[in-house]
Design a protein around this ligand. Structure first.
Ligand SMILES: Cc1cc2nc3c(=O)[nH]c(=O)nc-3n(C[C@H](O)[C@H](O)[C@H](O)COP(=O)(O)O)c2cc1C
Length: 258
């Protein structure tokens, strides 16, 4: 089951999905975090963020909607506490970075460069671009490419960069091709799908932030389809697949798709 993701060798193909286990401390109570292929951290931003107002989770049929809003301690605290914690345990840290401008991503990539324990960078581009009236980078191939090119220039050449793609696009292959041409070593798919739940008792949105990201088994066919389409178009590009995986057989669907 060993695997190679753009030069990053690991004996275990199972990784965490960003945002589902912070920086691993919670998981350490249940298993050795160095035993999995990679610990993908919650996307870290330049500044600390308290996230969006509550409620920010809602149940849906076969899934859930969240609008956490990238709550986190910011890159400086992350580098002081979280990454050293992972490195001390021999975990392979895949650091996920998120920003609202190309400059944010550049600053983040500079800060993580050369940090001990960093195995890979995952660039979460499912974030609104403040310079383009909030258009999500991952929904515009050119904006997505600009972020990846800028991160590639700053990151250590030996550290693979994976672009985390959004399924909320008409043509996922166009975005994947653009980020690979811009220097991404691989792609992670998929991030959540934008959704909205309305509480029919209160007649209001269930989330304070109104919309949120849909995850869980409901999205698995969409994720498998995205992996398949990108693999068909670019069979040489490594793909980190996620979206509704609960069992080994679910994961096998992703392996078979690409
Ligand atoms: C509560 C929550 C927080 C998340 N935070 C992030 C994040 O910080 N960065 C990111 O790239 N994806 C984030 N995601 C998306 C997941 O990494 C994953 O792409 C998505 O949930 C689909 O996988 P799943 O159905 O197995 O959860 C988050 C998902 C959830 C449910």
């Amino acid at each position: 089951m060993s695997t190679n993701l753009a030069g990053f060798h690991t004996s275990n193909p199972v990784f965490t999905a960003s945002g589902c286990a912070a920086a691993g401390q919670e998981l350490a109570a249940f298993f050795d975090v160095s035993a999995i292929g990679g610990m993908v951290t919650k996307s870290v931003t330049l500044q600390p963020r308290s996230g969006r107002p509550t409620p920010r989770m809602a149940e849906t049929p076969s899934g859930m909607l969240n609008s956490i809003g990238l709550q986190g301690p910011g890159i400086d605290a992350f580098l002081e506490h979280d990454l050293p914690w992972l490195a001390a345990r021999g975990a392979r840290a895949v650091v996920s970075i998120a920003g609202s401008s190309v400059e944010d991503y550049v600053a983040l990539a500079r800060k993580v460069r050369g940090q001990p324990g960093l195995a890979m960078l995952e660039v979460n581009i499912s974030c609104p671009n403040v310079a383009d009236r909030g258009t999500v980078f991952a929904c515009d191939p050119r904006a997505a490419a600009r972020v990846i090119r800028a991160v590639r220039e700053q990151a250590h050449p030996g550290v693979p960069i994976f672009a985390k793609l959004s399924p909320d696009v008409t043509d996922i292959v166009a975005v994947a091709s653009a980020v690979v041409a811009a220097g991404a070593d691989g792609v992670s798919m998929i991030n959540t799908l934008l959704g909205l739940v309305i509480d029919t008792d209160t007649l209001r949105p269930a989330l304070a932030g109104i919309t949120g990201g849909l995850s869980g088994p409901a999205i698995r066919p969409v994720a498998v389809r995205c992996v398949w389409q990108v693999h068909q178009a670019m069979p040489e590009v490594p793909i980190l697949g996620m979206g509704g995986i609960r069992t080994g057989l679910d994961a096998l669907e992703f392996v078979l798709a690409g």
